[in-house]
Design a protein around this ligand. Sequence first.
Ligand code: NAD
Ligand code: G6P
Ligand code: MN
Length: 443
Amino acid sequence: MKKSSIVIAGGGSTFTPGIVMMLLDHADRFPLRQIKFYDNDAARQEKIAKACEILLKERAPEIAFSYTTDPKEAFTDVDFVMAHIRVGKYAMREKDEKIPMKHGVFGQETCGPGGIAYGMRSIGGVIEILDYMEKYSPNAWMLNYSNPAAIVAEATRRLRPNSKIINICDMPVGIEDRMAEILGLPNGRKDMCVRYYGLNHFGWWCDIRDKDGNDLMPRIKEHVAKYGYIVNPESHHDEASWNDTYGKAKDVYAVDPDTLPNTYLKYYLFPDYVFNHDNQHPDHTRANEVMENREKNVFAAAKEIVEKGTAVDCKFKSDDHASYIVDLAEAIAFNKKARMLLIVENDGAISNFDPTAMVEIPCIVGSNGYEKICIGKIPQFQKGLMEEQVSVEKLVVEAWITGSYQKLWQALTLSKTVPSASVAKAILDDLIEANKDYWPELK
Ligand code: NAD
Ligand code: G6P
Ligand code: MN
């Protein structure tokens, strides 16, 4: 069986250890000969890398491991680039979330003004990594899940239309895992065949069947109408903000009971609720929650491994949600013709929607890339929402490429999450000030 060489870009990410553990769990179907880490923050990456080095030596000594901040070293001789960078790190995420709140608009990593601000930072970082890959390993594939994936995907469509990059997201996978649990399916989400359409963090399931073609939507809908995507209301273990998101899916579902929604739609359909809710405090947002929990725990676990000199009984947890990344790499490496949701150029797949939009739809993946599944016509409600949102995303990318203040102001003004052009301008001016080290200069 062919063994692959991969580089994880954003080696210092809080998700890196979970992905490494997950890769080891799935080594029988996606074997590796080499894992490299690449990051532009040597100190942050080293903390994670030193621990992973110990772990890999103990659990998979046959896999060569190295980490570097040198692009040539990182991107030479790789088959896949798995990218999860966060340009500006949590310090900037915190600003993305807190600045809109000062103007009465909720703050979120990928949605609304926060997502737009993050997009303006991410585009350059992701394109840079794509260019390194093409320079040093021209046959490799980049599997990108750096956010905001919708804006990043539109940027790569515009700027690198022929590059081998696939943009993906774990939110539908995470929700499908919950649906499978609700239904008690023995093999989890892989027992379901889904039709889903939308933009990234902005989509709907319109058909879910089991392997025999039986319709599973009615049973899922019955549960979601009562509990949202909270599987067991008696014993839930999610962080407060995620628990709230899964529960709120109940109200999001009520707006269109013909489909099942992505949880992120709460930001667009209930922005006032999100803003006023307890988990959105102007001095304490999700970025703080992540720094206090995931970041603290992952780096503490890494430190413990390094101090003990062993990863036996370590606290790194395999991130099984992320197994969709292996599904994708495996499908390409071994021509699996696997069906999965990808963020791709519409080009007629949704027949009554902008052909140049980057949409999230099922695709069949093999060694020659992906083929899109035809979705056909979508309903007026979804079409209307998506046209507005895709225009926001396109305007952001246009603003980044041309350095246009006007286009970015229009993007913020058009966002369903912002009440007026004057609020959009006030937010924009604060965001420009906060992002002066990261955004192109706007004129
Ligand atoms: P993190 O801040 O812990 O890690 C990001 C790492 O990227 C940091 O170590 C940082 O130094 C590095 N980095 C920043 N800019 C870089 C650049 N230009 N080149 C190389 N490295 C760079 O963040 P995190 O919370 O672990 O999340 C990482 C990313 O993964 C984010 O973009 C997040 O939104 C994304 N994510 C996406 C999905 C999805 O569904 N698509 C799921 C989970 C996480
Ligand atoms: C989901 C989304 C990701 C997003 C993450 C945020 O997994 O699909 O795109 O980055 O949630 O999670 P966090 O825990 O960092 O708020
Ligand atoms: Mn996502």
